[in-house]
Ligand binder design. Structure first.
Ligand code: FA5
Length: 603
């Protein structure tokens, strides 16, 4: 497959003898297509290769490549002439290519770490051109920066193998967890497997093993709306790259590229940050001259901008501006601090160090928000028993003893107290498996109409990725004259639009509960695809919980006349409802109760 695109099967092939398929001239630029090429065209967030194509009568300095209908178009300035079918040697700038491979592979390593640390995030895009980042749909706590960096560098240290292979689109969909939505079908389909991880689709060039990437730094985690970018950088390789480039006399201006320029800039930046923090305030001016004077190290490097290819100069200029302003800030901060270096002087008026501050658990946050939204339409939060008689959890809900529907609730029964009280010795006690026990208890208060929201702990003999043995439900109950399914739907839409956002809506699916008739399962349209269908939801909809019109037998059990009053009820899981909102799309609900601060601090 794609026999003409040699970089796909061997990222380390630096040159090829091949023939020219077509040559076109537009102004000063020449565009060449080859029978085979080692040049990687811009794409997938990886910048294009550069290099040289040499024939017997001409040389093309390739500055940019694009993929057009499965062929690489090499662009640059031609000296001499090229003819079609002529034999040429195509050779890439290996220093630049290897650098691109390292940045690209670093992105994959970081991605593996991110998806392990925060399961369920949906990758959106990534690049390492002017900036190097991966973008995800979802929110990531910036405090995870150090952890992500450490774990990525552990993968680097483990020197994991990178292997690629070609697949059909159907195989691709079967084997990888995520297929980019806008996958270009005319591009050869290839998958990358990093030892120990699931394969991912990838069409770029990669190193052979993670050790070649070298140290990776996570430089920032920034969110905007529902999207989060993780910015990263890799350190320059040790000798010889660093040596030839840092000394301005030795700068090899022929091979200066955006990537090597950025590497040098980062080098100087780190060096300067360190010096600024260590120098005394009165020494800062000399330091500024050392770097930014007419022959200062930074000045000399900035002069190299002119040796960059035209199309990279703008991006490099931007990097220089960012570099100058961050250094400027560091100088200002240092001057403002005025702290004498190496002195025993201590400012007793300095504010103390704040002790770490906790925050409410995600489920408590959910309960507060749910209560507040329902209160706006007249529902009052009430509390009913979390350890209750079996009759409230089942019998009064139209499920007499031995009714098969009880099985669904996988209930914990607790030992009866030994007492002479007749009732206690004959009736069973349960750890409430749902909040529906609150329905009849609320009716028994004898106050109508009812608009309650009962939020409480529930217990079931369940533990797997979507079930925990203790969870929370919120139970709504509305009893009045002439209540309709339209009222029920209106309340649900009000809740989801206020809780999840304006574009969200609910749908009702017929279902069966003993205590409601008719009964429904309530779904919400998926927050990622808004109902079209995606990897997370498959069908476009996600389940929220159960609902229905209160069964006449339940009203009777609560001493309410079903010929006069009717109503609706619903019971949804607080954990699942909240997790759908936070954008994390947790794939294991048990994480909520593992008490791992690294996880909980994110919310
Ligand atoms: C019930 O519990 C019904 N009482 C709901 C109801 C109330 C229907 C009023 C009609 C009228 P179900 O077993 O489907 O239904 O649970 C409702 C929700 O509780 C589920 O959708 C889920 O979000 C949550 N849930 C159930 N079991 C667990 C569990 N073990 N861990 C976490 N969440 C759970």
């Amino acid at each position: 497959m794609a026999g003409n695109l040699l970089y796909l099967s061997d990222s380390y092939q630096k040159s090829v003898k091949t023939k020219i398929l077509a040559v076109t001239q537009k102004g000063k630029q020449t565009f060449v297509m080859l029978e085979q090429t080692v040049f990687y065209p811009e794409g997938g967030g990886q910048p294009s290769d550069q290099g040289l194509i040499a024939g017997s009568n001409g040389k093309l300095k390739v500055t940019h490549c694009r993929l057009v209908s499965g062929n690489v178009v090499h662009e640059g300035m031609l000296k001499g002439t090229f003819t079609e079918h002529e034999e040429v040697t195509a050779q890439i700038d290996w220093t630049l290519r290897f650098d691109h491979m390292r940045w690209h592979s670093a992105r994959h390593l970081l991605h593996e770490v991110v998806t392990q640390a925060i399961p369920g995030l949906v990758p959106v895009k990534g690049e390492h051109g002017t900036h190097a980042y991966i973008e995800y749909q979802g929110i990531i706590n910036p405090k995870l920066k150090n952890r992500l960096e450490t774990e990525t560098n552990m993968l680097v240290a483990e020197d994991r193998q990178f292997a690629t292979e070609f697949v059909t689109i159907d195989e691709l969909k079967e084997r990888v967890a995520w297929v980019p939505e806008k996958l270009r079908k005319n591009k050869p389909l290839r998958i990358l497997t990093i030892a120990g991880f699931a394969p991912t689709p990838d069409g770029g060039t990669q190193v052979k093993s993670s050790g070649e990437v070298g140290p990776v730094r996570v430089t920032a985690i920034e969110s905007a709306g529902e999207l989060t970018r993780i910015y990263y950088a890799i350190d320059p390789l040790p000798e010889p790259v660093k040596k030839t480039t840092r000394s301005t006399e030795n700068v090899n201006t022929q091979s200066m590229t955006l990537n090597s320029f950025r590497t040098l800039l980062i080098d100087i930046e780190n060096e300067l940050f360190e010096k600024i923090s260590k120098r005394a305030v009165h020494e800062l001016e000399a330091l500024q001259v050392e770097y930014f004077g007419s022959h200062g190290q930074a000045t000399e490097l900035i002069k190299e901008l002119r040796n960059l290819p035209d199309f990279e100069r703008k991006a490099a200029g931007q990097l220089v501006n960012e570099f100058k302003s961050s250094i400027q800030e560091a100088f200002i901060r240092r001057r403002e601090s005025q702290t004498p270096v190496n002195s025993q002087w201590f400012d007793v008026s300095l504010p103390g160090i704040k002790p770490p501050q906790g925050h409410l658990h995600i489920v408590s946050q959910a309960i507060m928000e749910i209560t507040e939204i329902f209160s706006r339409i007249g529902f009052t939060r009430v509390r009913h028993k979390e350890v209750d008689w079996d009759e409230y959890a089942f019998e009064k809900l139209n499920m007499p003893a031995h009714h098969p529907a009880r099985d669904e609730w996988e209930t914990f029964f607790i030992e009866q107290p030994t007492t002479n009280d007749q009732r206690r010795t004959t009736k069973k006690i349960v750890l409430t498996p749902h909040t529906s026990n609150g329905q009849v208890r609320e009716m028994e208060k004898g106050k109508l109409p009812i608009r309650m929201i009962n939020i409480a702990k529930c217990y079931r003999r369940q533990s797997d990725v979507s079930h925990v043995p203790m969870f929370h439900q919120f139970e709504g109950l509305y009893i009045d004259y002439h209540v309709s399914i339209g009222n029920l739907k209106g309340v649900f839409d009000f809740f989801v639009q206020n809780f999840y956002g304006e574009k969200r809506k609910t749908r009702l699916r017929p279902y069966h509960f003993q205590f409601t008739e008719p009964s429904f399962e309530v779904d919400i349209n998926c927050g990622i695809c808004l109902g079209k269908g995606c990897k997370l939801c498959k069908s476009g909809w996600l389940e929220l919980g159960g609902a229905g019109m209160v069964h006449p037998n339940v009203l009777k059990a609560g001493k309410i006349n079903p010929d006069e009053y009717n109503g609706f009820a619903f019971g949804w899981g607080a954990e699942r409802t909240y997790m759908m909102k936070s954008g994390t799309q947790l794939d294991d609900i048990r994480l909520l109760y593992n008490n791992d601060l690294r996880f909980l601090e994110q919310f």
